[in-house]
Ligand binder design. Structure first.
Ligand code: NAD
Ligand code: UDP
Ligand code: UDP
Length: 338
């Protein structure tokens, strides 16, 4: 098996490797799996705006057509309703592989992460496309190192209730590196830390969406455990910028993509109160099993090698999400957010 090192380059399709003038920089053909989801749809917006031809493959399991509907009718955009667990034949230059139910209330992570990732790697191998995996900070499990550096191998319970997600993504990373080493595939791996923003699933159980929806509905904010566990929250446009820099850059990774601003869940609840309703009550609930005690990215590597760092602090990003949630919860017609 031989691979053209410039396989992602459209020039490879032409004799002598030169793109005929008329076709030059008309944009790449890019596949975004999970492109109708929260992160994927924001990525699609940027790629379409850049002039790429974008294909979304999504089974709409947690994604919504409304997230990408504004591109319907654009000849440079196509959406295929398809489950990545089944093979698919397409011709593209780059694959952003995001398909995966990202919330704690969905369970069939493993099949999508393992079989779905395998299929997308097989596709990338056949057509010589560059492949980017969106992995997660969850690969660090309940970390014994703080903040987490990419060289840390993690502390994951292989048989715990969260393991279908953690171990599923760890397997996806392994498969990605197998295809890189074994089939010479060009790959990129992002380890994404908790991300929030417009178009996030409203009822998927993640903490930012829960608190925002609860405050808007005048329900108490449900803090699990003692609320002293920490997370670091990244605004979605910062993440999309990082993913594109990673795809276009020369480095495989893995790269932590996250905002180092660290908050306890009680601090987060306070930010939500300040942003939406200072009178919102807090209600303590029993915590879930194996909940990581703290999480914060060390982003030195991404800063140095990708020239990337997040720009939007939680207190600036949260109001943008609240505007979108308000519209969707209270029945505004324009649910797509911005
Ligand atoms: P999301 O649930 O909004 O988007 C995932 C998309 O994948 C959805 O549109 C869903 O319908 C689709 N999908 C799921 N299973 C599929 C399948 N079998 N075939 C085809 N499509 C399928 O979640 P998101 O927050 O946008 O996450 C995107 C990616 O980023 C995921 O891989 C997730 O693991 C990763 N990630 C997200 C976060 C975060 O905080 N948002 C953190 C770490 C990692
Ligand atoms: N695959 C796919 N689309 C393609 C090429 C492959 O969905 O264009 C799937 C294929 O069905 C297989 C997986 O990707 O299940 C892995 O493919 P690979 O060629 O690496 O493995 P093999 O088919 O040789 O087992
Ligand atoms: N959490 C909470 N209240 C909620 C939902 C979650 O206090 O309504 C806590 C949860 O226990 C965890 C943190 O918020 O400590 C982040 O949870 P989430 O599911 O959003 O992300 P992950 O655990 O995957 O980082």
């Amino acid at each position: 098996f031989s691979v053209d090192p410039a396989a992602h380059n459209p020039a490879r399709h032409f004799v002598g490797g030169k793109v005929p003038l008329g076709l030059k920089r008309k944009g790449l053909r890019v596949l975004v799996t999970g492109g109708a989801g929260f992160v994927g749809s924001h990525l699609v917006d940027r790629l379409v705006a850049r002039g790429d031809s974008v294909i979304v493959v999504d089974n709409l399991f947690t994604g919504r057509k409304e997230n990408v509907m504004h591109h319907f009718g654009n000849p440079n955009f196509e959406m295929i309703r398809h489950d990545v667990v089944e093979p698919i034949l397409l011709e593209v230059d780059q694959i952003y592989h995001l398909a995966c139910p990202a919330s704690p209330v969905h369970y069939n992570w493993h099949k999508t992460n393992v079989v779905g990732t395998l299929n997308m790697l097989g596709l990338a191998k056949r057509i010589g496309a560059r492949f980017l995996l969106t992995s997660t900070s969850e690969v660090y499990g309940d970390p014994l190192q703080h903040p987490q550096v990419e060289t840390y191998w993690g502390n994951v319970n292989p048989i715990g209730v969260r393991s279908c997600y953690d171990e599923g993504k760890r397997t996806a990373e392994t498969l990605t590196m197998d295809y890189h080493r074994g089939a010479n595939l060009e790959v990129r791996i992002a380890r994404i830390f908790n991300t929030y923003g417009p178009r996030m699933c409203i009822d998927d159980g993640r903490v930012v969406s829960n608190f925002v929806a609860q405050a808007l509905r005048k329900e108490p904010l449900t803090v699990y455990g003692d609320g002293k566990q920490t997370r670091s929250f990244q605004y979605v446009s910062d993440l999309v910028e990082g993913l594109m820099k990673l795809m276009e850059g020369e480095h495989i990774g893995p790269f932590n993509l996250g905002n180092p601003g660290e908050f306890t869940m009680l601090e987060l609840a306070k930010v939500v109160q300040d942003t939406i309703d200072p009178n919102a009550r807090i209600e303590f609930r029993e915590n879930t099993q194996d909940d990581p005690h703290k999480r914060k990215p060390d982003i030195t590597k991404a800063k140095e090698l990708l020239g990337w760092e997040p720009k939007i602090p939680l207190r600036d990003g949260l109001p943008l999400m609240v505007t979108d949630f308000r519209k969707r919860i209270f029945g505004d017609q324009d649910g797509a957010g911005t």
